[in-house]
Design a protein around this ligand. Sequence first.
Ligand code: ATP
Ligand code: MG
Length: 321
Amino acid sequence: MAAIKTIDLTRVFKREKSELITALDKINIEVEEGEIFGLLGPNGAGKTTLIKILCTLLSPTRGKAYVHGYDVEKEHSKIREIINVVSGGESSGYGMLTVRENLWFFSQLYGFDGREAKRRIDMLIESLSIGDFADVRLNKLSTGMFQKFHLARGLINNPKVLFLDEPTLGLDVAAAREIRKFVRRWIEEDPHRSILLTTHYMAEAEELCDRIAIIHKGRIIALGSPRELVERANPERVFEIECKYEGNLESVLKDIAGIKASLRHDPETGFSKMRLVLVDADIDEVVKEFVSKGVSVLSLKRAVPTLEDVFLTTVGVGLVE
Ligand SMILES: Nc1ncnc2c1ncn2[C@@H]1O[C@H](COP(=O)(O)OP(=O)(O)OP(=O)(O)O)[C@@H](O)[C@H]1O
Ligand SMILES: [Mg+2]
């Protein structure tokens, strides 16, 4: 049985003045046991909405969703027993209590007896290497420590399905790496576990996820393993360009048909670096257009396609790393 299954899952929100917004539009996904499944998409794509429905915090407007066969609309308590959710930048827990005391509190919400609660807490403190600050109050923790505490909190009931909504948001490179390493180890420990993860970081999706759904405006626009997705990008059509222009380069790019591009400005040199995917254009024509518009092309080389290029091509805008 699939760990997660959705059938034409749709969620419509009402905004002011009865304006309707379709946050999820007929989503069909199936996540297997043992799998880390990633949702990659720009702000407002619908990622958190999907997680909230699967966690039984929000009802679908239409369609169905199941977690280990349980219906999200009818079997809330069955689902809540076997899942947990950890969001980046969340602020759960009590600042005046220590990490250990907070974990104790959450263990009691699940009704574990004293001995079992202590066993689980000790094990989590050990496996997440948070012993150094286990007896420090939450309001004294750094962002990275806090996020490790959240992960420990999310694992207290040994969930079968773990939802990670941007788990490394705002963390430095080393802290994010530690979290990713832990997540990998956790999934490998038990073949019945699964993770649904959202992220804005391409490299994180590429490194962690067995499969990825690129989601945009509530719809899945590409789905596959990171490798399958990258193989769909044509290596002949991806370029890196360094250029110089006094005006607004973005508006120049908008006027050129058949390309998708993401821009990065280097404030030190004053140059712009561009990742360019040719959807329906030739590189000669594009360069000619640049020149005719007064853009100086300083360097141009072919690039090996990455997930970012697939994202650029399908969504149309880059996802800032
Ligand atoms: N409670 C709500 N009421 C009205 N609109 C909502 C509500 N929750 C979400 N939305 C809208 O639904 C859309 C999807 O939002 P969601 O939070 O799922 O996006 P997301 O992919 O998680 O974005 P982000 O990357 O910024 O976290 C957005 O347009 C958002 O404004
Ligand atoms: Mg979100």
